[in-house]
Design a protein around this ligand. Structure first.
Ligand code: MTE
Ligand code: MO
Length: 449
């Protein structure tokens, strides 16, 4: 399960941004002036959120995604208590409170739901990140439609090269174990630990999961569709509803990939953990882009543009970029996911005094395998955790640490990891206005009793 890092997303995005600003590319989706206004609106929302929100780490945070309200989804206030029936989230699978924390149209995995589980996250507890809602798509009428001037004969969006579901299933299949993580995972700790709330879904650490994916390589399909040497970018687009945020319709969820990455390790997945892809995770087919931020892995993929010129979408220009003090006015590209560590324990877990307990957790990084993990149990400083050797080189790393809590009372547990590139976890994450890529050490409260 090696990491694939042959194409650096940050470099790609920075280069594309320069071309876009120089007016050499097309298709940003939203006029530049409008994007700047939208940026100002989001900054204003961040400021409003900062005034409104008390600085607290609650077991069930309420989402503050400004977009969810505009897109017809339930707004703030429709927390777990208000819509416990299942419908309003727009998510199809059951969301029992012991497995998920709900944030409007999204569902966060509770880390205690991974206690006693194996390497992958079972599908019933895999997090769901939906900009709008899960669409129901019939495999019989579904088509993957490729078009653009990077393909032989330059097929158009109206007359694309099509593949049906059965066509894809007849092509050579591949299996990959890959991690999908939202770039906003850990966002609520910018508020809860650092006193600076940001807009966006208020994820704890559960906006991440690892699954076995099976499907056909995007490379295989691109070649059969007539890929030419002129192709530069490939942009898959979802069939879920258009996303409206801040009063702007950003269109369907889509994000370009450089053709090099598209030909390398990107999968068109039709199975997750050995079953047909379930509705919430992209049925019938989704893109899986190993090593890249979650939004690259487009669910319910339909159209795929293959272009001889650079492509842009709001998801790589105005959203999913680092903005704020210390970043360029046009934002900085998001690279690989940051290093994170989580205990497989409830928030505010109760732990018996006097007996030895085995703490379990996982650490991961988008930039490479985890090399070492340390834990801190409130007494005696940092010490090494024991790594599960079978996981070496994989997309995440399980670990354990023995602990004999002394007396009754509150304790703060901490874990921090270092990846193969040497990247670690600072005590405090560097701030950015939209709250991406939190990498700080999370302070996990437990009570010894
Ligand atoms: N079509 C479409 N694809 C999408 C999204 C979406 O809302 N629509 N969300 C993206 C984001 S932001 C993430 S983090 C991942 C989440 O995948 P999951 O819901 O299967 O966990 O899907 C990505 N693909
Ligand atoms: Mo995401």
């Amino acid at each position: 399960m090696p990491h694939h890092l042959s194409h650096d997303e940050a470099d790609h995005d920075a280069r594309r941004a320069r071309q876009w600003l120089a007016g050499r590319a097309r298709g940003a989706g939203v006029p530049r002036a409008r994007l700047l206004e939208l940026g100002a609106a989001m900054t204003a929302l961040a400021a409003a959120a900062a005034e409104r929100e008390p600085v607290a780490v609650a077991p069930q945070p309420v989402g503050t995604d400004p977009g969810a309200t505009d897109s017809g989804a339930p707004g703030p206030g429709s927390g777990p208590a208000a819509d416990a029936g299942g419908g309003p989230s727009g998510i199809v699978k059951p969301l029992p409170a012991q497995l998920f924390a709900r944030h409007d149209t999204n569902a966060e995995m509770r880390w205690e739901a991974m206690a006693g589980q194996g390497y992958v996250v079972p599908t019933d507890r895999f997090f769901v990140r939906n900009h709008t809602h899960t669409p129901r798509i019939d495999t019989g009428t579904w088509r993957l439609s490729l078009f653009g001037d990077g393909l032989r004969g330059a097929p158009t969006r109206d007359r694309p090269v099509e593949f049906g579901y059965d066509d894809l299933r007849r092509l050579p299949a591949e299996r990959v174990t890959a991690l999908v993580e939202c770039a906003g995972n850990g966002r609520r700790f910018f508020a809860g630990q650092q006193g600076r709330p940001t807009p966006g879904v208020a994820w704890g650490l559960g906006g991440v999961g690892v699954a076995h994916w099976r499907g056909v390589r995007l490379a295989e399909v691109l070649r059969r569709a007539g890929l030419t040497g002129a192709a530069v970018d490939v942009m898959p687009e979802g069939l879920d509803p258009e996303y409206v945020t801040g009063g702007v319709n950003l269109g369907r969820v889509r994000r370009p990939l450089p053709v090099g990455k598209a030909l390398d390790d990107v999968l068109l997945a039709y199975e997750m953990n050995g079953e047909p892809l379930p509705p919430d995770h992209g049925h019938p087919v989704r893109v899986v882009v190993p090593g890249w931020i979650g939004v690259s892995s487009i669910k319910w993929v339909g159209p795929v543009e293959v272009s001889a010129t650079a492509l842009f979408s709001p998801w790589n220009t105005q959203l999913y970029r680092m903005f704020g003090p210390g970043y360029p006015a046009d934002g900085a590209a998001l690279g690989a996911q940051s290093v994170k560590s989580a205990f497989e324990l409830p928030w505010d877990a109760r732990v018996p005094a006097g007996a030895e307990v085995l703490l379990r957790g996982r650490s991961w990084s988008g930039a490479g395998p985890i090399r070492s993990v340390q834990v801190h149990t409130g007494d005696g400083g940092w010490r090494p955790a024991e790594l599960v050797t079978a996981d070496a080189g994989g997309p995440w790393q399980r670990w354990t640490a023995r602990w004999r809590p002394a007396g009754p009372g509150p304790v703060t547990l901490r874990a921090r990891a270092t990846d193969a590139t040497g990247a670690g976890q600072p005590a405090r994450a560097r701030h950015n206005d939209l709250g991406y890529l939190f990498d700080g050490v999370v302070r996990h409260p437990v009570t010894v009793c």
